[in-house]
Write a protein that binds this ligand. Sequence first.
Ligand SMILES: [Zn+2]
Length: 235
Amino acid sequence: MKRQRLLCLLLLPLLALLPSRETAPALAPTPTGYLALTFDDSPNGAATERLLDGLAARGAHATFFVIGEQIEGQEALLRRMADEGHQIGNHTFTHRRLDNSGAVGRHELERTEELLAATLGGAGYWVRPPWGFASAETLREAATPLVHWSLDTEDWKTRDADKVARLIIDHAQDGDVVLLHDCYESSVDAALAAIDALSARGFAFVTVEELFERMGVAPETGCFYCRPDRLREVR
Ligand SMILES: [Zn+2]
């Protein structure tokens, strides 16, 4: 009898964890909107690590456009990004503009694609052209979708966490692709503050690829997207 009572006492807390029909926990509310934060000129050592910590703590995902020549020595950081569900993209090898560099630009994309594949496996890493410069030729030769942005935080110019966070919080709309850089501590602070404020308003933070899925748009090779439902014009 004594043993039975003890067993009951031990099981009681476990029973409380089982969902019952009457007290089943409410499902998490459906997000009111989706945003894709994108970080260019990645990876950047300690700042990127702090960003990854902050994203993980918030259950948020992001997209990192990587400069090929910065990969050496930061392979573990790249693997961490991929393991934690973030999207990784190609931002050329030396941050070269693609609209006027012909074969050199093509080679930079290929070299970075090879490095990403060697580090992470897979293939077909989406491209963000440095400075957003691409030509019709760039698009014709592309092997993946190209990603521009629909909300430019100008974080590189102001380097002011409050201003950058405020800009995102005040202007971000469902489906936006937000441009940031993880080389600035101020941008890391701004991104995390914006996630906190906008999560409270029901926004969810997803990769660019997931944003396409959420919006029901099939991404196409050689298209230059500001956001899944808007293309960037090039000449
Ligand atoms: Zn860049």
